[in-house]
Design a protein around this ligand. Structure first.
Ligand SMILES: Cc1cc2nc3c(=O)[nH]c(=O)nc-3n(C[C@H](O)[C@H](O)[C@H](O)COP(=O)(O)OP(=O)(O)OC[C@H]3O[C@@H](n4cnc5c(N)ncnc54)[C@H](O)[C@@H]3O)c2cc1C
Length: 399
């Protein structure tokens, strides 16, 4: 087990900097269990990291930071049942490659594939597609070490309610060591990218959402136009977009065609809305950005549909959603811009992304999540001493 004392840690964008008293890199569950038991005995707290791609201070700590980088790999799979057991620290990219070698694939990924599976699942990370749930929708079983230092295993068949709490739990119910996923036989996708006028895209939104497996658009404030992205099985999806110009297309295995490479660093704010509300909210922020923020920013706004689920803290709990994301280059100030747009997001009843910036605390969040109290009861059972809480999570859960 590698143990480092006092070292500066940052998140991917470099915006969050902190110095944990200890960084621990356990090699196996027994070592991880010892870390948890020592924390309980010494009244210390623990945060776990995946790939540190979150830009909320969700893993910030001045106490113990656990890296799960040794918990990687495809441990078991069943091609007939379409399931796979994968180490929680495996990145989405590594999971895609390992599954591919045995003829399988993840159902979906987000915009990139650099996140650890456990990190992505814990914050409700999603891709784009009206029928596709966020990544936690692929999880059918979880093995973890809880806040009492016990190793436990849960699955959908026997622990239906707990699984709805565990999937998107912000690293507050325990440290995941293994995840059982529902997977697909490996498949190919055809990806097309169009540019269009924003109003034409909005006028055809319903069709674009209905007819394509994966669909999103990026709005570019400077030009007030959009880039429409579609991913479908070859030959499927909206055949013609007469109002748009095709500027790029390619086909390949889903693991290569779904995600993109993100080189420029940014901070981001994202809220999710039901389908009726989202276009109105988008139009209001479009107007506001053009009127007030356009000359200070150099980045896009992203609009992505995601399917409803039953996960207690998922932003798609009980409603099909559209996630609207604003970005700001990591070298530029974002506070005034994000604060202004967040007020609009909140006025439309949006739910925030747990891995991105937001200012909400427990009293407001409780109004947005119908199963909030049920989740809190389970959290107190799984972590009776609060060893997985940091200041951010205290604000989120306690207020
Ligand atoms: C370039 C970029 C692109 C992105 N694209 C998308 C996108 O398309 N869609 C989207 O929804 N989001 C997106 N995000 C947000 C990102 O997916 C989330 O912030 C995600 O949580 C990051 O995963 P991670 O492995 O880096 O987790 P981290 O940021 O390291 O951790 C996130 C949370 O997971 C917990 N955690 C990590 N490992 C474990 C474990 N083993 N057990 C229990 N808890 C654990 C941590 O404690 C923390 O609470 C993007 C972010 C970036 C920087």
């Amino acid at each position: 087990m590698v143990l480092t004392e006092k070292k500066i840690c940052t998140n991917w964008s470099g915006d969050i900097r902190f110095s944990p008293a200890k960084i621990v890199v356990p090699e196996n569950e027994e070592q991880l269990r010892q870390v948890v038991q020592e924390a309980i005995a010494n009244k210390l707290t623990i945060r776990t990291i995946g790939a540190r791609h979150s830009c909320s201070p969700i893993f910030e700590t001045d106490q113990i930071l656990v890296s799960m980088e040794n918990f990687k790999g495809l441990y078991e799979y069943d091609a007939e049942q379409r399931t796979a057991v994968i180490g929680a620290g495996t990145t989405v990219e590594e999971a895609g490659e390992e599954l591919f070698r045995v003829g399988l694939a993840l159902e979906n990924t987000g915009h990139i594939n650099k996140q650890a599976l456990a990190g992505a699942i814990s914050t409700g990370t999603h891709g784009a597609g009206k029928e596709l749930k966020n990544l936690s929708g692929q999880v059918t079983g979880i093995r973890l070490i809880n806040g009492s230092g016990d190793i436990k295993e849960f699955d959908e068949e026997h622990n239906g309610e707990l699984m709805q709490a565990l999937k998107v739990s912000l690293g507050s119910l325990g440290i995941f060591t293994r995840l059982k996923l529902r997977v697909l036989p490996r498949f190919t996708l055809h990806r097309r990218q169009y540019c269009a006028h924003t109003d034409d895209c909005l006028a055809n939104l319903k069709q674009l959402m209905e007819e394509n497996r994966n669909f999103c658009f990026y709005w570019y404030p400077r030009r007030d136009d959009v880039s429409i992205k579609l991913w479908n099985a070859p030959g499927e999806g909206t055949a013609e977009l007469p109002y748009a110009t095709l500027y790029k297309e390619y086909s390949g295995w889903s693991k290569d065609v779904l995600p993109t490479t993100q080189r420029l660093k940014f901070n981001e704010l994202e809220y999710s809305f039901d389908h009726e509300t989202a276009p109105h909210c988008f139009q209001e922020i479009r107007q506001r950005i053009k009127a007030k923020h356009r000359k200070h920013l150099a980045w896009r706004v992203l609009y992505r549909p995601v399917a409803a689920d039953t996960v207690f803290l998922s932003n798609a709990y009980n409603r099909n959603i559209v996630a609207i994301t604003i970005h700001q280059h990591a070298s530029l100030p974002y506070e005034d811009y994000f604060n202004d747009i967040e007020k609009i997001f909140q006025s439309y009843g949006g739910r925030p992304h747990w891995g991105k910036k937001h200012s909400l605390k427990a009293p407001q969040l409780q109004q947005l999540y119908p199963e909030w109290n049920r989740f809190q009861q389970i959290r107190k059972r799984f972590d009776p001493n609060g060893i997985f809480l940091n200041d951010y999570l205290k604000n989120v859960f306690i207020g």
